[in-house]
Write a protein that binds this ligand. Structure first.
Ligand code: ADP
Length: 375
């Protein structure tokens, strides 16, 4: 947008006509004071400014707007009766570009200058945009690098914990064997197995992450029945977590097209989290239902829950809810892997939750889909 500032109405009308004919958007002001008010309110690419005006003259206007943030990149073309006073021009104005035209205005020269300023303006805007995008990219990479470093340190710690326990239990196991104390031997063996399983899950998650990063996470999809899968999962999880009651509250007899083991992995992850983040509670509910041609599978707990702001972010890589991260160990990759798996099945994943009341982690998978398009 161009602002024409001139006390002569005829000048304004004729300049406006020429510029509008050349597809420039034009605004006008008939005094320096009116121009200042307009520049305060909006940004102009260019101001065509008459030097000789009653009240504030053109130079004073230029000097005044040089401090306005809205006029940071605004160029000015002065219209002056003679070129002799032009050296005064640069006195106060150092913001955008400056130029002048002597009166009577040669319309062709004016248009040439206006077009040049517009070109410069467009180029500098494109440069600014590029610079901002680059700065954003740098910030994004720095943050990713920081998260990766943090992840490596947490991952090493998480791997070391079960390893240390295994080492300790094996030493104790040796003593129990020497004593011939079979019940204690069995108990310690069970503990070792438990920690090896933890280690196994951790390493499997780390491998999945690296497969996702390199685009090598493969799926072996076929039709499978969802309800028996839920029953199997519940049986296994119930055995390893006897303190919890894992109940199926609703189910459907549907066949789903997908990688059964990967879908099982998602549900087990939901249940493991439901147990981990629900200390002091005893029930976990699982259910499946059909909604609008999709199957909805959910795991509901009555644990610590989380506020709205975390609910989308928990599916991001390495994301952990900060307020509770000290209390519960973890790497912040389980839900990210789940999200990738569901996404690769053309499904959606989400959570409904409220702090202190519990969470319902769910996913939708399309039913009756074409086998070919979902590989
Ligand atoms: P991890 O549990 O290893 O931190 P996840 O990716 O499985 O990683 O989960 C990411 C975060 O989401 C967790 O750190 C936790 O803050 C939050 N979260 C996951 N499941 C639950 C749940 N059932 N209840 C409350 N918070 C949860």
């Amino acid at each position: 947008m161009i602002l024409i500032v001139d006390d002569s109405r005829e000048n304004i009308i004729s300049l406006k006509k020429v510029l509008e004919k050349n597809n420039f958007e034009v605004d006008t002001a008939s005094s320096g004071e009116e121009a200042l008010k307009k520049v305060l309110k909006r940004s102009y690419v260019l101001i065509i400014l008459d030097v000789q005006m009653p009240g504030m003259d053109g130079f004073e206007v230029a000097e005044a707007i040089s401090g306005y943030s809205k006029a940071k990149e605004t160029a000015i073309i002065f219209l002056s009766a003679a070129s002799s006073n032009i050296k005064l021009i640069t006195r106060g104005y150092s913001s955008g570009g400056l130029d002048y035209i002597t009166k009577p205005v040669d319309v062709n020269i004016l248009l040439l200058k206006v077009k040049t300023f517009y070109r410069i303006y467009e180029q500098s805007r494109a440069l600014n945009e590029m610079q901002n995008a680059l700065l954003e990219e740098i910030e994004f990479r720095k943050e990713a690098e920081r998260k990766k470093d943090e992840f490596i340190s947490i991952a090493s710690h998480e791997l070391k914990t079960p390893l240390t326990s295994i080492k300790g239990y094996i030493q104790l196991l040796e003593r129990s064997i020497d004593k011939g104390d079979i019940p204690t031997v069995k108990n310690r063996l069970y503990k070792v197995q438990d920690h090896i399983e933890k280690l196994n899950i951790l390493v499997a998650d780390l491998l999945d992450i690296s497969k996702i990063e390199s685009g090598k996470l493969k799926f072996n999809k076929k039709f499978f029945a969802i309800d028996p899968l839920l029953d199997n999962i519940i049986e296994v999880m119930q055995q390893s977590h006897p303190d919890f009651k894992i109940v199926k509250t609703e189910s459907v007899c549907e066949n789903v097209f997908g990688d059964e083991m990967r879908i099982e992995q998602v549900i087990i992850n939901f249940i493991t989290n439901a147990i981990k983040y629900s200390p002091g509670t005893t029930e976990i509910q699982i259910f499946s239902r059909v909604c609008d041609g999709e199957i909805y599978i959910a795991v509901k707990d009555f644990g610590i829950g989380m506020s709205k702001e975390h609910q989308q972010k928990v599916f991001g890589k390495f994301y952990r809810v900060e307020e509770t991260s000290e209390r519960f160990q973890g790497l912040g990759i389980g839900l990210f892997i789940c999200q990738q798996i569901i996404q690769r099945h053309k499904g959606t994943i989400g959570v409904k939750s409220s702090p202190g009341k519990g969470s319902e982690f769910y996913f939708y998978l399309p039913l009756n889909q074409n086998k070919e398009e979902n590989h």
